[in-house]
Design a protein. Structure first.
Length: 249
């Protein structure tokens, strides 16, 4: 049964797919690059809507000495997160619109979370309060409302974002945007074709579950575009957006 903009049953399906999925691997590569580039002195990280903790675990592997906290609305996600994460990483059930932290973290992240929430500005404002002055946030969201399809309905999305929408919401929350880029850009034509042919129904397995050779090709494509992003090449369109923003000192 869907609740709070998400279907808890999806967590178990994702848990079986994430480690090998080109999408999760490629997105996590990009997130960790941005985290180290824009916040090189960070030593603490909060993830809202951590789900099964795939991203949080990748951050932990690269920064085992950091103070890490993962929050998730649904216990179904936290069950898997506890399996994945070692002892010492704090995992707690939390509504992202009711963030209790105040200047406790260097960086906060929400990865494909706020598009599920009608009160997305409240999530971003809570993240603003949670990070220290000079710290910041990393956000990923699906891009382009014209890409809306049955896959968005199945995922319980409220919206897909434009660059302008995301910039404005970050600024309204008090952040200074540092970088906003599209990604899943090289795969956008294939994504468009797949969604146009599946207007009536979609599921997690259909979006992420694919034969290993095709999955490998898609991951290579994301690696190539990650090189372009790191080089500063502007990607004006893509399946998703990554935003990096700072809380002013």
């Amino acid at each position: 049964m869907a609740s709070g903009g998400y279907d808890p049953a999806i967590f178990e399906k994702l848990f079986a797919l994430e480690a090998n999925s080109f999408w999760y691997r490629g997105r996590s590569d990009l997130i960790n690059w941005a985290l180290d580039k824009y916040f090189p002195h960070a030593r603490s990280f909060l993830e809202l809507g951590c789900g099964n903790a795939y991203v949080l675990d990748r951050v932990r592997q690269l920064h085992p000495d950091w103070h890490l906290v993962g929050t998730e609305l649904f216990e179904e996600g936290l069950v898997n997160a506890r399996v994945r994460m070692p002892a010492g990483v704090e995992l707690r059930q939390l509504d992202a619109t009711q963030n209790p932290y105040e200047k406790e973290f260097d960086v906060a992240g929400a990865f494909d979370v706020i598009e599920h929430v009608e009160e997305a500005p409240a999530v971003l404002k809570g993240m603003f309060h949670a990070v220290r002055p000079g710290g910041g946030v990393l956000i990923t969201v699906p891009q382009h409302q014209w890409l809306w399809s049955a896959a968005d309905v199945a995922a319980h999305h409220v919206k897909r974002y434009t660059r302008r929408d995301l910039t404005q919401e970050l600024q309204d929350a008090g952040f200074e945007p540092l970088r906003i880029t599209s990604f899943v850009s090289l795969l956008l034509p294939a994504m468009m074709a797949a969604r146009l042919t599946k207007k009536q129904s979609a599921d997690v397995e259909g979006e992420l579950g694919m034969a290993a050779p095709l999955n490998a090709v898609c991951y290579k494509a994301m690696q190539v575009e990650n090189v372009l992003i790191k080089a500063g090449v502007p990607l004006p369109a893509g399946g998703s957006l990554l935003a990096v923003a700072r809380r002013p000192s």
